[in-house]
Design a protein around this ligand. Sequence first.
Ligand SMILES: O=C(O)C(=O)C[C@]1(C(=O)O)C=C[C@@H](O)C=C1
Length: 364
Amino acid sequence: MSEEMLNDMRSRVDRIDDQLLELLSERARIGLRIGELKAGLNRPLRDPDREKETLNRLAARNAGPFDEAAVRRLFREIVKATLELQQPEKKKALLVSRKSKADDTVIRLGDTAIGGGQPVLVAGPCSVESREQVRRTAAALAEAGVPVIRGGAFKPRTSPYDFQGLGFEGLKLLKEAADEFGLLAISEIVDPRHLEQACDYVDIIQIGARNMHNFELLKAAGELRKPVLLKRGLAATMDEFLHAAEYIVSRGNGEVMLIERGIRTYEKWTRNTLDISAVPLLKRESHLPVLVDVSHSTGRKDIMAPCAKAALAAGADGIMVEVHPNPPEALSDADQQLDFDEFREFVREVKASGLYRQGAPAAT
Ligand SMILES: O=C(O)C(=O)C[C@]1(C(=O)O)C=C[C@@H](O)C=C1
């Protein structure tokens, strides 16, 4: 063994290292491009399945002298470095942020586009109570050209003695009425175990204000291929609200809509305080559609139309309002639900403002 031979071997190592560096740099450039493609597809940057597939494939090809553990360790570091490369400018930017995706997210359901610049009205009873009740409401919505019916079937209520909803029977009735009148259906799901079955009945899954912090429910909703309407928590900050949406989007479900439904403050004249500033704030910070619930926020029929107009003027992509054939007999939220005449007047007033450009026929 001579010094010369040692130097010769080291020169060969240097040449191989140079080649490895070139190949690793090329791999990194491709990894960066993959990161951009995944962000554009609203897919999480980290793909554990892909990583596992890569390491298993290389371990199977390995003919030594490195053992399998060494090969896995080496390539795990390469993948980790690639992921870090993909993320630096993104690690602070959430997937729901405009920093990750500048263009508005538009959620298309049949002829209805939510977030596409034409505001959408979502209306319906607080709770689905009977076939007749939800069918009559669907008919009134169809007549007014409102494309989406809401109806609660699993009702998170303050008191366990209050009406809890009809469960899947309620979802079935909601779907029947929506199908009969060509409407899209939306309903709140509170239990992750119900999500998959609920997708057979609704076009949009709603996650309620009280469940905005239910991270297991958010994660489960992220596994769905069904649009989700996420309500702001009763006292949630904008940051918390967007991070809650990130739980869903980061799991692969990019079709998330945000809804401002009022925040809990010291004010007693309204049910909650409608935070209109949330609309421009969320539209600036996120590409997700932003809707406003004028029923749960105000709890007052006499100011719902002006608040809806304020929300649309502030850039809201839609308005949610509660409607019931006979509110005094409603099993929940009786005081705030519009009857059909009040609803038609609400739609007329909102349309007359010129802010609701949806192709709805003029309300009678
Ligand atoms: O294929 C991808 O999705 C990549 O982003 C590339 C890559 C890799 O370096 O192999 C990096 C990060 C992912 O978590 C998975 C794999």
